[in-house]
Ligand binder design. Structure first.
Ligand code: G6P
Length: 611
């Protein structure tokens, strides 16, 4: 991952680059750096370990300025977190490069370059790119051709930006496997990993395609495709506003995003139903032709999006009789899956840029599926552009690294998607209308469930000094338990695991004691009596239970069992969406109580664009 931003203008671009980095920090935040060509056509740069604020402080203390430059916020892949490994990586005073991605053949390239006399000062794969470009500049090539030639020698995935004082008004950028967008300003041009980084300076973007190289000055931007041909790519006006990404009075983005869920869910569902049933056209113009052919679904995703996929399996199979498999993308892409006739491939991704998910999609394209489909939150993402059918989640920008509203809106979109597929299989119109009504009621249920925050603050006091926690659920509540455990470990660093409650006796029960809080998700469904027995197994071993229960279950608080009752009866289709909300609040308040960095937890990043 990492975030990159570049600018060519007729004003000092340092403030633009710093603001761009701040907006890209969700992509990585272990160190940051920036290089510009100054007024004397010299390459100057600064780097700092830590967040972008540390770099900004350094630049306040030792300022410099320039009209062309590139900047970077890092999530370490090759080489530990240190100033020497931060970007820009330089080749002496002649080239500076920022890079997002991984160069797989960097070791062999490094040997060749060392043979040519280049000294290396970092452990990064990126430093190789800087020296490689310099070696081609030394043969008399201009920056554009030096970059193009270098890229031909690199294996792996990347987005890069390069500058040289030899051509002080120029910046050359390229993408292969990592996202990059070109921002078109008024007499100035920019590039960045994400359009959101450039919203303060422009709303006009070109979404670069795989293999594109772009040659920028303040006045011009030439895009060159993989074949070396100059191409014209459409300029798109973004509907996002520059302030879409502020905290709106909340202490953390994560809390704001948790509380935005009723609106986000409403947006995901609005104008997508007619006569009480979902509209096929929400998946795009080809849906009418493709959906009747679908007899099964393969879902592929990572992280929280994978948990959404696990819930969708219940929607498709139980509600609709549609066979469904769900797999993490990093495994699927190397597994040679067997594709039964009539199978649809579905990728779920908040960002639409997760490297493993994108690679899985590209693999699936030639693998005999009826079609590829994407459920995604970012309209301009690679995943959306490369899928046959697309359903947007409309969650709005999600900044907190721990995913919240992106997850619940994925579930809402999957509810809708499930009906559209299942109606061509076992789902009849009467049931479809019932499910549609249940889904449309979810935003109101989530609104009420947010009122459980004070109860979750109390629970959080129990968890704050613990080292481990277990989460239990059965049926579709198992993925909800997985998501609850993931939230807790991501932001509070408490080791948390989730199990299907019936599996407890096959091992995890050995861990249960008074120091191991056990959270159970207990909607009133056909498995409730079995779940109650599983909870007894925990109580009998002295485990402390925290149960989120449907009011109809009859589960009440007693010594050793803390019960929080949901605000109303929640139907099976609704339960994964609604029960997720208190678990998000629990994780958030435990993290606050422990004083961790809620929005930018250690070692993580929001968008993982490396394998
Ligand atoms: C990262 C994020 C997770 C996210 C996962 C998949 O690991 O930290 O929150 O669930 O990537 O991201 P995607 O954008 O594909 O949903």
């Amino acid at each position: 991952m990492c975030g990159i931003v570049g600018a060519a203008a007729r004003r000092d671009v340092v403030p633009v680059l710093i603001e761009g980095l701040r907006r890209l920090e969700y992509r990585g935040y272990d160190s940051a750096g920036l290089a510009v060509i100054d007024e004397h056509s010299r390459l100057v740069s600064a780097r700092a370990v830590g967040k972008v604020a540390a770099l900004a402080d350094r630049l306040d203390a030792e300022p410099f300025a320039g009209q062309v430059g590139a900047a970077h916020t890092r999530w370490a892949t090759h080489g530990g977190v240190s100033e020497a490994n931060a970007h820009p990586q330089r080749s002496g005073d002649n080239v500076a490069v920022v890079h997002n991605g991984i160069i797989e053949n960097y070791e062999s390239l490094r040997e060749v370059l060392e043979g040519k006399g280049y000294g290396f000062h970092s452990q990064t794969d990126t430093e190789v790119i800087a020296h490689l470009i310099d070696s081609h500049l030394q043969t008399g090539l201009g920056l554009r051709e030096a970059v193009r030639t270098s890229l031909g020698e690199l294996d792996g995935a990347y987005a890069i930006v390069a500058v040289t004082p030899d051509e002080p008004t120029r910046l050359v950028a390229a993408r292969r496997g990592s996202p990059l967008v070109l921002g078109v300003g008024n007499g100035e041009h920019f590039v960045a990993s994400d359009a959101a980084a450039l919203l303060p300076v422009t709303r006009h973007f070109v979404f670069l395609e795989e293999g594109d190289l772009v040659d920028l000055t303040a006045d011009s931007a030439e895009v060159i495709d993989l074949q070396g041909t100059t191409v014209t790519r459409p300029v798109v006006e973004s509907s996002l506003s520059a302030d879409a990404a502020d905290k709106g009075g909340y202490r953390h983005y994560m809390l704001k995003e948790i509380f935005e869920q009723p609106k986000a869910l409403g947006d995901t569902l609005s104008e997508r139903f007619a006569h009480g049933r979902p509209l096929e056209a929400v998946l795009g113009p080809d849906a009418a032709e493709l959906l009747p052919q679908v007899r099964g679904v393969h879902i592929v995703a990572c992280g929280t999006s994978y948990h959404a996929g696990l819930v969708a399996r219940y929607y498709l199979e139980q509600g609709g009789g549609v066979p469904c498999t769900v797999e993490v993308a990093s495994e699927y892409r190397y597994r040679d899956p067997v594709v039964p006739p009539g199978t649809l491939f579905l990728a779920i991704s908040q960002s639409g840029e997760t490297a493993d998910t994108l690679a899985a999609l590209r693999f699936a394209r030639g693998s005999g599926y009826v079609a590829t489909a994407a459920i995604c939150n970012v309209p301009e993402s690679s995943l959306v552009r490369e899928s046959d059918l697309v359903l947007m989640t409309r969650a709005g920008p999600e900044i907190g690294v721990a995913s919240t509203k992106a997850f619940t809106t994925q579930l809402a979109a999957l509810g809708l998607f499930g009906m559209l597929v299942a109606r061509h299989n076992r789902l009849d119109a009467r049931m479809e209308k019932l499910y549609a009504r249940q889904l449309l009621h979810v935003p109101a249920q989530v609104e009420k469930t947010l009122q459980l925050e004070s109860a979750m603050i109390k629970w959080a006091e129990w968890f704050a000094d613990k080292h481990h926690a277990l989460f239990l659920g059965r049926g579709p509540s198992f993925p909800v338990a997985l998501e609850g455990a993931l939230k807790l470990k991501e932001i509070s660093y408490i080791h948390a695991e989730a199990y299907p409650a019936g599996e407890l006796k096959h091992g995890p029960l050995a861990l249960v004691d008074a120091d191991m809080p056990v959270v159970a998700v207990a909607p009133n469904n056909r498995l409730i009596e079995k779940l109650k027995s599983n909870l007894q197994e925990v109580r009998a071993r002295g485990g402390q239970l925290f149960v989120l229960a449907d009011p109809d279950t009859g589960i009440r608080s007693e010594p050793g069992i803390e019960v929080v009752t949901m605000p109303e009866h929640i139907e099976a289709l609704q339960a994964p969406l609604v029960y997720t909300v208190p678990l998000q609040l629990l994780a958030y308040h435990v993290a606050v109580a422990r004083g961790t960095d809620v929005d930018q937890p250690r070692n993580l990043a929001k968008s993982v664009t490396v394998e």
